[in-house]
Design a protein around this ligand. Structure first.
Ligand code: PEP
Ligand code: MN
Length: 363
C-alpha cells in the first residue's frame, strides 16, 4: 500500500478551541427556522459547544422520509452564526451542495458515511472543493473499510483541503448489537496510528442510535484520546423529523459534557511514570515472546502442511480444530480471558495456518 501521509493543518490553528473535547452539536436535520434557532441559542448558552451542526440535505434510506429542507435552510444557519457566533456546518453529498455552501457562508462541511463509501462521489466533491479554503470533516464509510476512509481523506487532500477532521460514527453490522452502528474501535485507532496529526472526533449519536448509551461512548472516545465529539441535539427531540431516538436536548448535552472525565495523556508524576515504565517493559518482553511463539507455531504449521501434502490428506480437519478451540477456551477460562476475545484470536491464527498450508499445497 502507498504511504498514507496527508498534509493536515492542526485544527487548533483554524478553530477557536483550546481545550479537549471539541464539541460539535446541533440537530440531525434543520427542520424549520424556529427549531434551528431555538436549538442553537440553547446550545450556545451551555458554553460547551464550539460548532453548530444541522443537516440541510438528508440521505434517507426510503424516499418517503424527510429529506431535508435543502437551500431553504441557509438563511437560518446564517442567522445562527450572527446571533450565537458559532461556526456552522452541514453535510454535502454532491458538487452542487458544495457550491451552494461556499456561496452561503457555511463554515465547515462534512461528508456523510453514505458518501464516503463511493469514491466517484468523493472525487466529484473534491473537484468542487478545489481552490476553496474550507474545512471538511469526513465520516467513516458505512462499511468497516479503513482504506475507503483513508481514500476519501486523500482525495480531498489532493484537492488542496488541509483543514480536515475525521469523524468516527460506527459501522453497519449484521449482528444484533446494542449499537445502531458498531463502533469497531480498532478502525479509528488504526487511522490514528497511521496519521497521528489528523484530528479525529467521535459521533456517539450515530454509533448508539439512542440516548442512553451516548455517555459511555463519549467517555470511551475521550479515553482513546480522540479530539472531540459530534453529538446530535434538538430543542424538542420527541418531535424531530429524523433520528429522534438519538438526539439529546441542549440541557442534556450540557450535563453529559460536564460528566465526562477528561484524562491527561502526559504527567510529570515520577512515581506514576516509573511504575508505568516497569509495566511497559514487562509488556514489551511478553510481546516479543508472543511473536517468537507465533513464528515457531507457523514454522511447525509449515511442516504439517508438507506432511499432509505428501500423504494426500486434507488441510482442514474439523475435529482437530474443535478440540483446539475447546481446550484453549478451558485454559483461557482459568486464566481469566474473555471467551469472545479468545475465539477471535484463535480464528485469526487458524485462518493464517490454513492459508500457509494452502500455499504449500500449491507448490
Ligand atoms: C448525520 O450526521 O446526520 C448523518 C446522516 O450521519 P451519517 O452520515 O453518519 O449517517
Ligand atoms: Mn442524524
Amino acid at each position: 500500500m502507498n504511504e498514507f501521509n496527508p498534509d493536515i493543518a492542526p485544527f487548533k490553528e483554524w478553530l477557536p478551541v483550546n481545550h479537549r473535547p471539541l464539541i460539535v452539536s446541533g440537530p440531525c436535520s434543520a427542520e424549520n427556522k424556529q427549531q434551528v434557532l431555538a436549538t442553537a441559542k440553547a446550545l450556545v448558552k451551555t458554553g460547551v459547544v464550539n460548532v453548530f451542526r444541522a443537516g440541510l440535505w438528508k440521505p434517507r434510506t426510503r424516499p418517503d422520509a424527510f429529506e431535508g429542507v435543502g437551500a431553504l435552510g441557509f438563511p437560518w444557519l446564517q442567522q445562527v452564526k450572527k446571533e450565537t457566533g458559532l461556526p456552522v456546518c452541514t453535510e454535502v453529498a454532491t458538487p452542487e451542495h458544495v457550491e451552494q455552501c461556499l456561496q452561503n457562508g457555511i463554515d465547515i462541511l462534512w461528508i456523510g458515511a453514505r458518501t464516503t463509501v463511493n469514491p466517484f462521489s468523493v472525487q466529484e466533491i473534491a473537484e468542487a472543493l478545489k481552490g476553496a479554503d474550507i474545512p471538511v470533516m469526513i465520516k467513516n464509510p458505512v462499511n468497516p473499510d479503513l482504506k475507503l476512509w483513508m481514500g476519501a481523506i486523500e482525495r480531498l487532500n489532493q484537492a488542496g483541503i488541509k483543514k480536515m477532521i475525521a469523524i468516527h460514527r460506527g459501522f453497519y453490522s449484521f449482528e444484533q448489537a446494542p449499537f445502531r452502528n458498531d463502533p469497531i474501535w480498532e478502525i479509528p485507532i488504526e487511522l490514528m496510528r497511521l496519521c497521528p496529526n489528523l484530528p479525529i472526533i467521535c459521533d456517539p449519536s450515530h454509533i448508539t442510535g439512542n440516548t442512553f448509551l451516548i455517555e459511555a461512548v463519549c467517555q470511551k472516545a475521550m479515553d482513546l484520546e480522540m479530539d472531540g465529539l459530534m453529538i446530535e441535539s434538538h430543542i424538542d427531540p420527541k418531535v424531530a423529523l429524523s433520528d429522534k431516538e438519538q438526539q439529546v436536548t441542549p440541557a442534556e448535552l450540557e450535563k453529559l459534557v460536564a460528566q465526562l472525565i477528561i484524562r491527561d495523556n502526559i504527567t510529570d508524576n515520577n512515581d506514576f511514570l516509573e511504575k508505568l515504565k516497569e509495566l511497559r517493559f514487562e509488556i514489551d518482553k511478553l510481546d516479543a515472546e508472543l511473536i517468537q511463539l507465533l513464528s515457531k507455531r507457523m514454522s511447525i504449521i509449515d511442516q504439517i502442511g508438507y506432511h499432509k501434502k505428501e500423504n494426500n490428506i486434507t488441510i482442514l480437519q474439523i475435529n482437530r480444530w474443535n478440540n483446539i478451540v475447546r481446550e484453549c477456551l478451558e485454559m483461557g477460562d482459568k486464566g481469566g480471558l474473555n471467551r469472545e476475545f479468545l475465539i477471535r484470536l484463535l480464528q485469526i491464527i487458524h485462518e493464517e495456518s490454513i492459508q500457509r498450508q494452502t500455499e504449500i499445497f500449491k507448490k
